[in-house]
Design a protein around this ligand. Structure first.
Ligand code: NAP
Ligand code: MG
Length: 495
């Protein structure tokens, strides 16, 4: 459908500005590839402006001072409330821009974002330091201090949620931030900046620069005056971010790719496990870093499980992101759709296609980027689609016999982001929890994430945490203070 095209500006130093170059780009709705927004095409110059504003707010205002946390908490809470007040607007914008269903945006993404702002508001005052007992006549304590200017560069799959994951903890701890959304999904990050501006965040504390990763993202990562970068994206670009960050030894948090195992044992509740498996791979059309894209089902229930999984998958209603009846939306860009289709073609040679496998190119959905939910069976772990992250609605299934065998296969990956295990045997659950090399294990669930819980990878899925109290580690540094109490009686080493 044709949209009322909205023109956006970037948010730098409390001002709404065009790109320094004056260039713009169009953002499309993945449901029909119609233009719905025009945004500034930022580059290094805009990053320089944003970093300067963020630096000034951090160094020269009261923002970062320890006693200012009630003000920071108040602003975060006000933003959370205003995000909820604008639920319908933000959810529609998120779906239009990124392709996820309006149901997902409305019921999950926007609420989760507001909840993050509230959660970190609560934590703003609760991270002090420790008093250290040390052998000597001094008093020793630590102070937890903000890092300074925190950059964030994020992927296109959960655009609004990443503002809650990255901005909220950074701001709560007294940092200032320069946020770069993915180019194809920048609208809601600018929407959050507008809300933050309206509730009164001081100029420079939040800056949002739109534009391509190759220019804006790399400029943030390389900037000598950015103290930290939190990156969510592919392992490949994560490696580049690390190299670029080396110049000033930036602190880094890397939330990278995944190829997560989901393991169903014979004694699991089959109905629940099928539901969880489907959420794990088809939520957000599979464009989820934690997607349970490698499914292992034990031989005793394999046939029954697969029959139910395939028949329920065939019933998934794929539809336009703004269609309330749709349960799976669009792939966020034609490029990503092409990548997924290439993997599906490879899969057809490597395995048996059990369902799906086609681009939907007929009827109303033909203009958009839609792929059928797809399941491959009869595959071995050495195959491409079982090893590489596809980032789409494509599941590969293996039948296994023993716990030992499945653990070895589950861990045989460069990634370690998440994992799932379905069993009613508590002893087995604990054995598997310990054996899996992944940052998250869900037991009898898949995909649950809340602001209170935490998220982050093992191995090449990265390091550092988003969400929960652990994220605070990534936005603070520890200062140790020795306060000598022997006034006038210090033991001299040098006479
Ligand atoms: P991506 O290509 O790595 O891009 C991520 C971000 O980096 C985007 O903002 C992108 O900008 C920017 N970027 C690209 N090239 C850059 C460069 N040379 N220097 C600096 N920044 C650069 O990833 P994606 O395709 O958006 O997202 C999919 C990947 O992200 C998957 O691997 C997925 O697993 C991972 N992911 C991980 C998590 C997690 O929490 N672990 C969450 C979500 C996604 P533009 O796109 O605007 O050009
Ligand atoms: Mg878009």
């Amino acid at each position: 459908m044709p949209y009322d095209i909205k023109e956006y500006k970037m948010y730098i130093g409390g001002q709404w500005v065009d790109a320094a170059s004056g260039k713009t780009y169009e953002s499309l709705c993945p449901g029909d590839n119609e233009v719905h927004a025009i945004l500034p095409l930022g580059d290094k110059k805009d990053v320089d402006r944003a970093v300067e504003a963020a630096r000034d707010a951090f160094d020269n205002t009261e923002w970062a001072l320890p006693y200012n946390f009630p003000e920071r908490a108040k602003l975060l809470r006000a933003a959370a409330a205003k995000i909820r007040d604008n639920l319908d607007y933000l959810a529609e914008l998120e779906s239009k821009d990124g392709g996820k269903t309006i149901t997902e945006s409305t019921l999950i993404d926007v609420h989760h974002t507001a909840d993050c702002f509230d959660f970190y508001a609560d934590l703003a005052g609760s991270f002090g330091g420790d008093v250290i007992r040390a052998p000597g006549e001094w008093f020793d304590f630590t102070l937890r201090e903000p890092l300074g200017v925190c950059g964030a560069v994020v992927a296109w799959n959960f655009p609004i949620m990443y503002t809650g994951w990255k901005m909220a903890p950074a701001l709560a701890m007294g940092n200032t931030c320069v946020f770069k959304p993915a180019q194809v999904t920048s609208c809601t990050a600018l929407g959050i900046a507008k809300i933050c501006d309206e509730v009164g965040f001081p100029p420079g504390t939040i800056n949002v620069v739109s534009g391509p990763g190759s220019k804006v993202g790399s400029a943030i990562a390389a900037h000598m005056d950015v103290d930290k970068i939190s990156f969510t994206g592919s392992t490949e670009v994560g490696r580049k971010i690390l190299e670029l960050s080396a110049g000033n030894i930036k602190k880094t948090t890397l939330e990278l790719g995944g190829k997560s195992p989901n393991i169903v044992f014979d004694d699991a509740d089959i109905n629940d496990a099928v539901s969880g498996t489907m959420t794990g791979i088809f939520f957000n059309a599979g464009q989820v870093c934690i997607a349970g894209s490698r499914l292992f089902v034990q031989e005793g229930i394999y046939d029954q499980f697969l029959e139910q999984l395939i028949s329920r998958t065939k019933n998934i209603v794929v539809g336009h992101p703004l269609d309330w009846d749709a349960r799976m939306g669009a792939i966020s860009s034609p490029d990503q759709m092409e990548t997924i289709m290439k993997y599906i073609e490879i899969g057809k040679k490597e395995a048996t296609l059990a369902c799906g496998g086609r681009r939907i190119d007929k009827g109303e959905l033909a203009k958009g980027n839609f792929i059928e939910p797809t399941i491959f069976t009869d595959i071995t772990p050495d195959k491409t689609i079982f090893k590489e992250e596809i980032f789409g609605p494509v599941l590969a299934v293996i039948k296994f016999s023993s716990e030992e065998e499945v653990i070895a296969m589950a861990n045989d990956t460069i990634y370690g982001l998440a994992s799932g295990v379905w069993t009613n045997d508590l002893k087995r659950a604990f054995r598997v929890i310990h054996a899996l090399k992944a940052g998250t294990v869900w037991v009898n669930n898949y995909s649950m994430l809340t602001p209170q819980t935490t998220h982050g990878g093992y191995k090449q899925s990265g390091y550092g945490k988003d969400l929960g109290k652990y994220a605070i580690e990534g936005y603070t540094q520890i200062k140790n203070v020795y306060l000598d109490t022997r006034l006038g009686e210090l033991i001299a080493i040098f006479e």
